[in-house]
Design a protein around this ligand. Sequence first.
Ligand SMILES: NC(=O)c1ccc[n+]([C@@H]2O[C@H](COP(=O)([O-])OP(=O)(O)OC[C@H]3O[C@@H](n4cnc5c(N)ncnc54)[C@H](OP(=O)(O)O)[C@@H]3O)[C@@H](O)[C@H]2O)c1
Length: 294
Amino acid sequence: MKQPTDESAYEGAALRGRNALITGASRGIGLAIARRFAAEGAAVVLCASRLGAHGKLKGTLQEAVDEINAAGGSAAAEVCDLSDHEARAQLVERAGRHFGPLDIVVNNAAASTMQLPSQVTREQRNFMYEVNLNAPIDLAQQVLPAMRKRGSGWILNISSASARQPVVPYRDSQIAAHVITAYGATKAALDRYTQGLAHEVAGDGVCINTLAPESIVLTEGASYVRDIARRSPDMAEPVETMAEAALALCSGRHIGQVCFSRQLLHALGRPVFSLDGQERLGDAFLPADVEATA
Ligand SMILES: NC(=O)c1ccc[n+]([C@@H]2O[C@H](COP(=O)([O-])OP(=O)(O)OC[C@H]3O[C@@H](n4cnc5c(N)ncnc54)[C@H](OP(=O)(O)O)[C@@H]3O)[C@@H](O)[C@H]2O)c1
């Protein structure tokens, strides 16, 4: 990677020699984490359900991989539909063929169907539970034996503040607060599972945690909440805070944490860097550009 211009802003290659798999990395938070990890020296395998475009959404898996390699990093693509248990059964093994056995797995891909809890169908629920809960469990079970044998590894599951019931004002946002329930329930299950798994394997040197944005990150997948962010800019955080917090959890010794990006960074007194690691952007409460899309 290109050397940083400002020595004082650079914290070093925290992930040099490490291999990471990041799911849902063709855009948004997953791509930001992949870029930040690559800037710290990790070889990164980026996974999404397709190599090319997903409808009108900007950003493809191929472009994401090309971008990291062009910046001097090491990246490869793995196409896998994580809603399909057979397709994901060999994902860790396939990902390990690119650069070597995985040291880090970030389960970031997620599916969300916004539907009232009284109406969400079995098909919609099953789909969300497959991508948001069963896929992270399967990938963890695939990678854990080697990590435990080695006595080291990091698994990070990306969760959501919607795992908890938001304060429902029963005014303008009541629909938004209700339709996120089923998705939030999958994330609540992910939080609970992650804590239990983390404590089971803590003695084997494997660090497992969940991390969520405190509120909104304006990605392609979350662009429908841009109006909320415009009305209340404090409701949005930049994608860099998630990437920095993910780096902290995938290089440190945290175990069984269910935490929010800003709170974690604030508690650690850790500054936020640009995704290429070159620039110190600010502290945990760095404001988001509500017109930009991650
Ligand atoms: N953005 C927010 O405000 C926010 C808030 C709370 C929590 N989160 C969590 O943060 C994570 C990332 O969110 P985001 O906003 O960055 O999402 P996003 O912009 O919608 O991107 C989702 C990523 O997941 C991939 N993906 C979706 N379904 C998949 C499947 N079945 N198999 C494989 N890959 C799949 C997508 O690629 P393809 O479409 O090409 O497959 C894409 O790379 C998620 O876990 C989400 O729940 C986000």
